[in-house]
Design a protein around this ligand. Structure first.
Ligand SMILES: [Zn+2]
Length: 642
């Protein structure tokens, strides 16, 4: 049995290179398909490029190349970008594909034969920028509202599509299917367009003016209007009229677009389908615009101002998370580097990253390196019922994701993450671990936390697939691949799917904190003293107090590639710090995880072997020995020394 899910992005016009808006639409489409794959649906994600029309011809001419060569190049840029954003499309269609052109000609023939395309002389005001005629009342001060230029009066014989004939049908269809266009504000926008009589659509361009297009099947002096050509990609790509994929996927078709193109998608396209005798799509999902706040961009990056470049600086999953979390679906949102960094530090490094490291570190330290068997009856009394909360979180998440409300879905997940962090503090496994008689309670707490992490890994997987894979792998869920229990929504609804005895892997830092300050230039490593050094000159107590020494718990430790001496640690000092320590020759990384150490916390960050170290681990160092300073009983991370 197959439960198909078909989603399209618009095909992007190749007159410009990809920007944040294209990336957002396509990432959202990928997230929706990954989510539906988690619901065991057979998904098909279509994207591609729109390559005909006047603007492409002009752009090519400006470079002295053919329109096809120009389109090949820009289309290639789009096609290569999507895998770099971890987007898995099923088909990349180009309107210059031969199969697509055939479908457009077939569609035109059908509508023409049915009598809904007629030939007529027309005199009107034409904007070459928009490639369309304007009615007087659509102009602003006599100018094109988009280009602010005065349209030219031209007289032409052209082919027209009788859209007006289907106006009432469309109004009725929208009323009968309240979520045909969503969110609701865009449905209302379309209904308000439809209050005015719908003019017939000019669907041809004479070749004397434009020959970069699909020739009309019934008159070879004309090419097809670019929108009529482009919209047909949604059916040509899946084998209309009688391909198997068309039969399977078209009945569940959904489109995703930005708000500037709702008129072609919400009016022309359903009427074209209706006139051709094809059932209309099920949903048009519409999102708002990203406003780029230049004043809050690039503080730490010198001159990089492209939002897309942020994925290389801060990591792809963080970038995808930011887009899905920051924009409320349907509304506009602001993009700035500051906001991105704030989300990384608060939501990712602090909330999910810390939770993951703390829980795994404790599970390994206090257990035998595997998932313990946990009897929920032995959990300490608490207001927090994580099992019950997980169930509610998954339902809310599913409801919101179905309607593209990724921001609300992630907010629900982060509420659960917050509850998990509170549960760690409340249940204090480090206290339970000191009392052998409470071993079962400790195991129950650790099992609850590990199982909660499994649910979180699954819920974040459509948005942050790489992170979810790492989490699943460290939780011992097969190899962390997409067949594992973390990636099936049904299995997330059932508490207790994490099998006791599963081997755990030591924690890693999922999202290092980003410091907003300019990095300090690298300092050479200090050489250990050769003999017992002389006592330094006396200082005042006040000066001593300026050194902020804190107790920190080591969450993760790993070797820095190509360095003999350096370890990269993440240390919880109330906040998570990345600290590079020159102790690799004396300490195995795993020996440090869970250890409490003393950190000089207010040293300026330095970069060592490409890693920014924010703080220093205190150690007793001689030529023969390196001994990390620790405290003789466990204290809360972040406790100050004096
Ligand atoms: Zn215009």
């Amino acid at each position: 049995m197959t439960d198909p899910y078909y989603l399209t992005t618009p095909i992007y016009y190749v007159n410009a290179r990809p920007h944040l808006g294209h990336a957002y639409t396509t990432i959202m489409a990928d997230v929706a398909c990954r989510f539906n794959a988690m619901r065991r649906r057979e998904t098909f994600l279509l994207t591609g490029t729109d390559e005909h029309g006047d603007k492409i011809m002009k752009a090519a001419a400006a470079e002295g190349i053919s329109p096809k060569a120009y389109a090949d190049r820009i289309s290639g840029v789009f096609r290569e970008l999507w895998p770099a954003l971890n987007i898995r499309y099923s088909r990349f269609i180009r309107t210059t594909d031969e199969g697509h052109k055939q479908v457009v000609r077939y569609l035109l023939t059908r509508i023409h034969d049915a009598g809904d395309i007629y030939f007529s002389e027309y005199e009107g005001l034409y904007c070459f920028g928009c490639e369309r005629f304007y009615g007087e009342r659509e102009l602003v001060d006599g100018k094109c509202p988009d280009h602010e230029t005065v349209p030219e009066k031209i007289k032409e014989s052209n082919y027209f599509f009788r859209m007006g004939k289907y106006q009432q049908w469309l109004i009725d269809h929208i009323h009968a299917n309240p979520d045909f266009i969503r969110p609701e504000s865009y449905r209302n926008e379309i209904l308000s367009f439809l209050k005015e009589p719908l003019e017939d659509l000019c669907i041809s361009r004479p070749k004397s003016r434009l020959d970069w297009g699909i020739t009309l099947p019934f008159d070879d002096r004309y090419v097809t209007y670019v929108w009529f050509d482009a919209l047909a990609n949604y059916i040509s790509a899946i084998g209309y009229p009688d391909g198997e994929e068309f039969k399977k996927f078209w009945p569940v078709a959904q489109h995703l677009t930005a708000k500037d193109i709702i008129k072609p998608h919400g009016i022309y396209w359903p009427i074209m389908l209706k006139a051709a005798g094809i059932p209309v799509y099920t949903h048009l999902n519409v999102h708002g615009f990203w406003k780029i706040d230049q004043s809050k961009m690039s503080k730490s990056l010198g001159n990089v101002v492209s939002p897309l470049a942020m994925k290389d600086v801060y990591g792809l999953d963080a970038f995808r998370y930011f887009l899905c979390r920051e924009m409320t679906f349907g509304l506009d949102a602001s993009f700035s580097e500051d906001a991105l960094v704030d989300r990384i530090n608060a939501d990712l490094a602090n909330d999910i990253g810390n939770l993951f490291s703390r829980v795994l570190a404790m599970a390994i330290k206090y257990g035998d390196g595997t998932v313990p068997a946990g009897d929920p009856a032995l959990l300490p009394q608490s207001e927090l019922d994580l099992r019950e909360l997980a169930g509610r979180t998954v339902s809310e998440y599913e409801k919101q994701m179905t309607e593209f409300h990724t921001s609300k879905a992630l907010a629900a997940v982060w509420e659960f993450i917050g509850a998990m962090n509170r549960f760690v503090d409340y249940s204090a496994p480090w206290v339970l671990a000191k009392d052998a008689s409470r071993k079962k309670a400790l195991d129950a707490v650790l099992y609850t936390l590990l199982e909660g992490l499994r649910v979180i890994a699954g819920l974040v997987s459509p948005v942050m697939p790489d992170t979810a894979g790492i989490m699943a792998r460290h939780l011992g869920l097969s190899s962390g691949d997409e067949k594992s229990a973390a990636f099936d929504l049904e299995s997330l609804k059932i508490w207790g799917k994490l099998p006791p005895g599963t081997p755990l892997l030591p924690p890693v830092s999922l999202f290092p904190r980003v410091e907003k300050k300019t990095p300090h230039p690298a300092e050479p490593e200090k050489k250990p003293a050769e003999t017992v050094p002389q006592i330094s000159p006396e200082i005042d107590f006040d000066l001593f107090l300026k050194t902020d020494l804190r107790v920190g718990t080591v969450l993760t430790a790993e070797k820095i590639p190509k360095s003999k001496k350096l370890l990269r640690l993440t240390v919880d000092i109330g906040e998570t710090r990345t600290i590079v320590a020159g102790i690799a020759e004396r300490y195995a990384p795993e020996a440090l995880v869970g250890k409490q150490v003393v950190i000089a916390a207010n040293l300026k960050p330095v970069k060592l072997m490409g890693v920014e170290s924010h703080g220093m681990v205190l150690a007793a160092v001689t030529d023969q020995q390196t001994s990390v300073v620790t405290v003789d009983r466990e204290v809360a991370p972040g406790t100050r020394l004096r």
